[in-house]
Design a protein. Structure first.
Length: 373
């Protein structure tokens, strides 16, 4: 008998929604697991007349905890060729992203029709993704398939998977990457599906370099936060940072006696958008260009201390302001905390922020714009 070993580098991931199956290339470091909840019953009694004290115990499996999964993908915008096996659209040059199905699961019900999702607006200019459909107690679900090995593959199916969190890190020397994590109802062994949508997953022109990322911050109150030439704009050159979007999902599991219960569904919590960035502490000695020194000084002015909530429009252009491919993340209402200094060879500022809706019941914390290669 020949033993077969499975290596993570042979793994392929598929996402199934209805009759549509996306193949997504994932990076090293993916994981999935499902633990169980159990109850221990012990005896504790005094001695009997015979001098015996029972000290036994029993163990019961109560339920399965929701499965947890995580993996990373590159940010990969592209324009559809409109034809060919695995094509995602029949419209030539319509903008897409290899990982777009995950955004659909995070931002709404993931309903897919006419080559697009709820909350997506795409044409031959760009792909826009909003969270207008995300004010729901439950979000869209999918089945995830991890196929391990090429010969005699083992396939694990995560049923009822939901996307809980996405984090985009600005590693200055790396490619733009999103770490995705979430939950599922069960993990079981299944059979490998056949991908129906996989356009451009082997392309080499749709990766984005983080070093090209630009950040623009525009104050709502230009008197308190004058920025560049009193127009409220701050142009900061980043050295690192991250943005995290979370649905704060919890799973519901029955508690019936006599059976091993399995999770039956999820509910959403408060939607949060938060992040941080670092930049060098720099000063323009010729003209006011809204540098990081200006940003710190304005946020710590006496006028700023009279405002317990500040409001800035914030745009990260991952890949540059006009280059292709790129991803733009726009927050119309950001609240900034006071930056802190990081003392190193070159002095830096570290700043945390929260992306907020324009009113507490709105869904406009974040908007995404993909522009394909």
């Amino acid at each position: 008998m020949a033993d077969v070993l499975y290596f993570s580098r042979d793994t392929k991931l598929y996402v199934e929604i209805g009759s549509n199956i996306w193949e997504l290339p994932v990076l090293d470091g993916f994981s999935f697991s499902q633990n169980s909840n159990s109850t221990e019953v012990t005896l504790a009694e005094m001695e009997s007349s015979a001098g015996v004290s029972r000290r036994g115990r029993a163990f019961f499996n109560d339920s399965l905890a929701p499965a947890e999964w995580s993996f990373s993908t590159y940010v990969r915008p592209f324009k559809s060729a409109g034809t060919g096996t695995g094509a995602v659209n029949t419209v030539v040059n319509s903008h897409h992203a290899v990982e777009e199905v995950l955004w659909a699961l995070m931002a709404g019900d993931a309903a897919y029709a006419s080559s697009s999702f709820t909350g997506f607006t795409r044409d031959t200019t760009d792909l826009n993704i909003d969270f207008d459909s995300s004010n729901k107690s439950t979000l869209g679900t999918a089945n995830l398939y991890f196929k391990m090995g090429a010969t005699n593959p083992v396939v694990y199916k995560l049923t009822g998977a939901v996307v809980n969190e996405a984090t985009l890190d600005f590693d200055i020397d790396g490619l733009a990457t999103i770490n995705w994590s979430g939950f599922a109802s069960t993990v079981s062994q299944g059979s490998a599906p056949t991908a129906t949508l996989y356009e451009d997953i082997t392309a080499t022109d749709n990766f984005i370099r983080n070093r090209l990322t630009q950040l623009t911050i525009t104050a709502d109150d230009t008197t308190t936060f004058p920025g560049a030439s009193n127009d409220g704009v701050y142009n900061l050159t980043l050295t690192g940072g991250s943005i995290t979007i979370s649905n704060n999902i919890t799973f519901i599991t029955p508690e019936e006696l006599g059976v091993v219960n399995t999770p039956v569904g999820h509910v959403t919590g408060a939607r949060t958008v938060s992040g941080n960035f670092t930049c060098y502490l720099n000063l323009d000695t010729v003209s006011n260009l809204g540098t990081s020194t200006d940003f710190f000084n304005d946020l710590t002015s006496s006028a700023a201390f009279e405002k317990i909530t500040n409001k800035f429009a914030t745009t990260f252009k991952v890949g540059g302001s006009s280059a292709t491919p790129r991803l733009e993340l726009s927050m119309a209402t950001s609240h900034f905390e006071i930056p802190v200094h990081s003392i190193d060879d070159v002095i830096s500022l570290e700043t945390s922020f929260q992306g907020l809706p324009s009113t507490i019941s709105d869904t406009d914390e974040l908007a995404l714009t993909y522009v394909g290669a």
